[in-house]
Design a protein around this ligand. Sequence first.
Ligand code: NAD
Length: 286
Amino acid sequence: MQNLTVIGAGVLGSQIAFQAAYQGKDVLVCDVSNEILAKLPARWDYLKPLYLRDLSGATIEKLDAAAGRILTSSDLAHALKDADIVIEAVPEVLGIKRDVWAKVGAAAPEHTVFATNSSTLLPSDIADATGRPEMFLALHFSNEIWRQNIGEVMGHAGTAPQHVDAVAKFADEIGMIPVVLKKEQPGYIVNSLLIPFMTAAAKLYVRDVAAPADIDSTWRTATGSPFGPFEIHDIIGMETPYNLNSRSEDAELREFAEILKRDFIDKGRLGRAAGKGFYDYDQSAI
Ligand code: NAD
């Protein structure tokens, strides 16, 4: 799989495109918004210093070459014509995804394999819309994919095993560590573990059982983990936990969301990238 088409050039789509190009793939990025596509060169300029900081083998020549392997188009049929694999990273809305996949399914060459980067939807929610369900599965990345380089590969019951294998191989070729799930699981592996952990920490906070620093240090000392839950909150940023908890049926978690909004988001304490969250960070640590 040499030719990748990425549909959706937002936070994750742009990272997937750049990472694949960095590893030598030819990439075409497609978005409905010409404005978003026009901003991609600035996005590459944002990513390059992060690669130089985080990846020992990165050089400016390699990064410039990566940017040079990426073309853009807002014309879906044009964007798909040479695709060996399509990775979709459009908004996390079932209707949008099904609509996009119906169009991709109608326009893509017969050999093209389809992968969604959806965080919360299941491949079986979308597969029939593609017109080729046996070639459809999820390849799920974690934000900052060049260093948090897990690639969770998850088919649905009707995905043909050879396509699962091919996508896992592709994930490896673009520098991910692929992990193949044996069956569909909402939240894959990472979020199936992380969300209950973060939920438990939120409840300790709302019940005022201990200070966040004490909860974090207890977890680190007792388990040898590098981060406690509130340090992880700062890495993720406050917006996603706020959105998840504010929609919860659990009153304690809705209360936690209100605290996140009032004491953190509204005060600019958005997490580590903003220099402050549950903790204050000096710039050299970010
Ligand atoms: P985003 O809002 O930053 O980007 C979505 C992009 O899709 C936008 O550029 C938008 O213009 C484009 N788009 C909308 N409709 C389109 C269409 N019909 N055709 C082509 N492009 C279209 O979103 P994001 O954060 O990059 O998330 C995208 C997907 O990746 C979601 O499924 C999300 O669950 C998943 N994901 C996100 C993260 C994360 O940390 N942000 C992590 C893992 C997975």
